[in-house]
Ligand binder design. Structure first.
Ligand code: ADP
Length: 225
């Protein structure tokens, strides 16, 4: 058996720890996600989904517990090595697209690859392939402001996959879209994830979207159940 792509063990996190306004959010959360597995993360607003995703993606550190990505324990590493793992192994998608407004859709997907040392032509070929796979090949030269909300999110999915991560972390990726658009954009995301063989942890409020994933975990009282 290969290592899980993501293994969180006993993750604890309290904001403002030790102060009167301390906010305990995670109290020993654990989860293991196998290669190619797509897991829905369901919880009420404020339960700590974003905190958990940030810790899983090495954007934030837990107070206690382990984060293993593709077999490597990351919490004890230097910032530099954590950043390298994040860049190479993890793709993020948020509720809002966070594309760079002054660059085209294509450039938004090529720039992170070039930052990772990929030559421009190769990066463009890969970016065009990704755009075609989510049905927006003809929008490659548009800036984000000239795209619809659904198109912006499709481009954001491509950017998240630009550096061929092994893990996708998504925080309400279709939460800003109207229900009809959310449905088709989510289908595009699932298609992209499944054909790439990625593992994913996708936070959603929507039970219908959660039902389309391999399994669902709930964040309750700081634990994953
Ligand atoms: P969710 O994504 O499930 O809505 P979050 O992880 O954003 O939840 O937040 C969980 C709890 O932690 C909330 O009560 C929130 O107010 C609190 N919180 C989040 N970030 C901070 C922070 N930087 N400082 C203090 N409290 C925070």
């Amino acid at each position: 058996m290969s290592d899980p792509v993501l293994a969180l063990t006993g993750i604890e996190k309290t904001y403002n720890k030790g102060k009167p306004n301390a906010v305990p959010v995670l109290r020993g959360a654990s989860i293991s996600i196998a290669r190619g597995e797509v897991v829905a993360l369901v919880a009420p607003s404020g339960a700590g989904k974003s905190t958990l995703l940030h810790i899983a993606g090495l954007l934030d550190s837990p107070d206690a517990g382990q984060v293993r990505i593709a077999g490597q324990e990351a919490t004890q590493l230097s910032d530099r090595r954590r950043t390298a793992i994040r860049r190479n192994q993890v793709g993020f998608v948020y509720q809002f697209h966070h594309l760079l407004p002054e660059f085209s859709a294509l450039e938004n997907i090529t720039l992170p690859q070039q930052a990772n040392g990929i030559a421009r032509r190769e990066a463009e070929t890969h970016a065009r392939d990704l755009l075609a796979r989510v049905g927006v090949a003809d929008r490659a030269d548009h800036r984000p402001a000239a795209l619809s909300g659904g198109e912006q999110q499709r481009v954001a999915f491509c950017r998240a996959l630009a550096n061929q991560p092994s893990l996708l972390l998504a925080d309400e990726p279709t939460g800003n879209l109207d229900p009809g658009t959310a449905d088709t954009v989510f289908a595009a995301l699932m298609e992209l994830v499944q054909t790439t063989g990625l593992s994913a942890l996708i936070a959603t409020h929507n039970p219908e979207l959660a039902a389309r994933m391999d399994r669902t975990v709930r964040l309750e009282n700081g634990l994953l159940v």
